[in-house]
Design a protein around this ligand. Sequence first.
Ligand code: SF4
Length: 262
Amino acid sequence: MQPSSTPSRPALMDDYEAGQWAVHFEDREPEDLLEWAFERFGTQRLALISSFQAESSVLIDMAWRINPQVRVITVDTGRLPQETYELIDRVRERYRIAVEVVMPDPVLIGRMVRRHGMNLFYRDVNLRLLCCHLRKVLPLQQVLEGLDAWVTGLRRAQWATRANIRKVEIDHDHGGLVKLNPLADWSDDDVWDYIRQNDVPYNALYDRGYTSIGCAPCTRPVEPGADPRSGRWWWEKDAPKECGMHCPIETGGFEHEVEAIL
Ligand code: SF4
């Protein structure tokens, strides 16, 4: 679900051109795509939207080597693990990047917890999606309104909902800006080889069995060999392992909860 207020923008690029660029970059290195992105969009209206997972670590390092003026923006949901905050500071120190931290609207969060309590997400998938919507999706939407293009760490191997992503896409869920997924075809090994070879700072939770890292109450380590995203919202059965930042989610009940808060 995307709020009806999502503005459309003058087309920066249409689907046809994005498709052509996607084909062009499919077999090229992520650095080639990032270099092109800086040339095409500059440094003010292009940003890495970072969750400070391993893929973010790779992209920050790569982008910084190409252009140290790269903008790095993250959404602080208010429920992130301490290890993620520590990594944000390590990135700030290592690269001298003033990471831009965006937070959810405290009024909306106040209404939500008054109505449903602090740990509402464990009770019902619609309440979990409500929390993700207010803490993640709306702040992201606000950030994207000021951009022409955003860079994500999405990979096709992460989850079924991501299997068909292209390296260059038009993000119709956010008003038609350009979405770049430079690591779309990378494997886990590619990510960790890059991190080790370049001594890139990464989230300390990976050394404790975590394979995908989100908010503290909704993420846990997984057994070796388990699906990497199975530690996210682990109590939910047959629900999307997504928060709505990268794909619209419709359940019926969740939209009703959002309307009640807004
Ligand atoms: Fe809320 Fe959990 Fe979603 Fe974070 S991951 S926004 S705590 S439901």
